[in-house]
Design a protein around this ligand. Structure first.
Ligand code: SAM
Length: 371
């Protein structure tokens, strides 16, 4: 059925894990009996027909859209880590980062549950890892780091991934010798999750965890006052409670603004920290949020910073982006930027992003440092 607000049901997105399998192998096994069609729209339209359709995604290599509602979690390929259930938008950041053997070590700053960490590994595996090249995966939450470890192991990327369970990316020293060769960083920080659709829980106050788990939000790191939403009462008001149990009643709109400000300030810190790694030439920044405050405005603020100007960070031009993304029509929302700030110093549109209206809405941003 077509939902009036959300549109037709979203397809199931399946990323073939190139560390363990190939698209051809999966077409012959997991997708045997499925009919191949040309467009995602046809796949989406098959929801109520009971047909089993698939199509190869035109933007992201090794990504398949399958008819909505099909459960792949019982398949051998899923259990063996040969396929990963990862929404299309969640595949943009690693592909946009375009990690290569010459980039040296790659940092995934906010890794759990590991969809993008394993995607980075899959891309590098296809290109061939350089001798000693590693993916350094940070995850501040020890519990979530366990999920990350499991996913990395199942995906067969444990030999090339160094997991730092409980490690806070913001506490690293970019100039430490161990990070001397870090050439690229993927930043996918905690966010409001406002762009997550197609789940039966409320996205606000949940950490986005592509792949389906539903961990409650722990945004204390992003919230200087440790304010947590206690209840909605009445619906237009929100009761916030701080660490000392003190309650404050605010309008829900005000509560959202407070939270977005805290998140944006944390997200900006992550981006500025990444800019400081001496050998870094590429960074991607992504969220599962539809709020410009967490997307375009964070990137615009980062590009106005001293570290960005000193090191020459700028947005990646369309012609510098990988095939598929070059053709992707969406590039952020210039109207979301403060007046006169839709052009950065180097002339690149600071609102450039890659929104995807699929089962998860996300904005992916890429920056590259001028050599
Ligand atoms: N990239 C993941 C994926 O694609 O599967 C999803 C990451 S989720 C949006 C954000 C993660 O960052 C959470 O697991 C959170 O615990 C972690 N995190 C938040 N702040 C962090 C920090 N300062 N250092 C390291 N990890 C952090």
């Amino acid at each position: 059925a077509v939902d009036a607000q959300l549109g037709p049901p979203h397809p199931r997105w399946i990323r073939v894990n190139t560390l363990k399998s190939t698209v051809d192998e999966q077409l012959d096994t997991t997708f045997k009996g499925f009919e191949m069609v040309a467009t995602v729209e046809e796949v989406m339209a098959s929801a109520s027909t009971g047909k089993r359709l698939i199509c190869l995604d035109a933007t992201i290599p090794n990504l398949i859209a399958a008819s909505p509602g099909i459960d792949f979690t019982k398949t051998e390929a899923y259990k063996a880590g040969a396929i990963i259930l990862q929404d299309k938008a969640s595949c943009f950041p690693a592909y946009l980062l375009d990690p290569r053997p010459e980039h040296g070590d790659i940092i995934d700053a906010c890794s759990a549950p590991g969809n993008k960490t394993t995607h980075l590994a899959g891309i590098l595996h296809e290109r061939g890892f350089a001798e000693g090249q590693r993916i350094l995966a940070f995850e501040k939450d020890k519990q979530r780091a366990k999920t990350l470890e499991k996913m990395v192991r199942t995906a067969g990327s444990d030999k090339v991934t160094v997991i730092r369970p409980g490690a806070d990316f913001l506490k690293t020293d970019p100039n430490a010798p161990e990070f001397r060769s870090v050439g690229a960083l993927l930043l996918d920080p905690s966010c409001s999750g406002s762009g997550i659709v197609g789940r039966d829980d409320t996205p606000e106050f949940h950490l986005p965890s592509p792949g389906g788990s539903r961990s409650p939000a722990s945004v204390n790191d992003a919230n200087p006052k440790n304010l947590k939403r206690k209840r909605e009462s009445p619906p237009t008001q929100t009761v916030l409670v701080d660490d000392d149990g003190k309650e404050t009643i605010v309008s829900s709109e005000q509560a959202l603004q407070t939270r977005l400000e805290a998140l944006a300030s944390f997200q900006l810190k992550i981006l500025l920290h990444a800019f400081a790694f001496p050998a870094a030439t590429r960074v991607t920044y992504s969220t599962c949020s539809t709020h410009a405050a967490e997307n375009e405005r964070v990137v615009a603020a980062a590009l106005r910073s001293d570290v960005a100007r000193q090191r020459g960070w700028r947005l990646l031009r369309r012609d510098e982006q990988p095939r598929g993304l070059r053709e992707w029509p969406v590039r952020g929302d210039p109207a979301a930027l403060p007046p006169d700030e839709d052009e950065n110093e180097n002339g690149a549109g600071a609102g450039a992003g890659a929104g995807y209206g699929g089962s998860r809405e996300a904005l992916a941003e890429a920056c590259v440092r001028a050599d």
